[in-house]
Write a protein that binds this ligand. Structure first.
Ligand code: AMP
Ligand code: ZN
Length: 139
């Protein structure tokens, strides 16, 4: 079987699994992380499957980082973020759990420093929809 058939993020990119999508074009998609480190935590990824940052074709990589920049700007403009962490995990030892390349765009608020060891926030569906709308407004 083609591994992209069962890949979670390929399936989200194809619209087979729902997501809180904030942006989409012919090459990339961005949606809210389901277990967010902060309000508005967004993932940006190429629609085409590649395993991680090290194997992503450079043109796609550039495009995804451009989208990530737009998302970060929207988080600052619309969500009142005072900062943003942009990161991507490569391999299990670095904490990668979904093996389809993605960039985390994690807004931060006031002086609270990102701590990836803390538990994800539990955000209700209604607030996720509000966050989705707010980010979309600025794109
Ligand atoms: P990583 O650990 O860097 O591979 O990041 C994978 C991210 O995907 C985690 O932060 C998960 O919370 C997130 N995630 C897993 N399943 C979903 C989903 N169905 N929709 C949105 N985000 C997801
Ligand atoms: Zn995939």
């Amino acid at each position: 079987m083609d591994h992209t058939e069962s890949c979670l993020f390929c399936r989200i990119a194809r619209g087979e699994i729902p997501s809180y999508k904030v942006y989409e074009d012919n090459l990339a998609i961005a949606f809210l992380d389901i277990s967010p480190a902060s309000r508005g935590h967004t993932l940006v990824l190429p629609k085409e499957h590649c395993r991680d940052f090290t194997s992503c074709p450079k043109d796609l990589l550039d495009h995804c980082f451009e989208v990530a920049q737009t998302i970060a700007q929207a988080q600052i403009a619309q969500l009142g973020a005072t900062g943003v962490n942009v990161l991507t995990n490569v391999g299990p030892s670095a904490g990668q759990s979904v093996f389809h390349f993605h960039i985390h765009v994690i807004p931060s608020y006031r002086e609270k420093v990102l701590d990836l060891t803390t538990k994800p926030l539990a955000i209700a569906d209604k607030e996720m929809l509000l966050l989705q709308d707010e980010i979309k407004k600025a794109i």
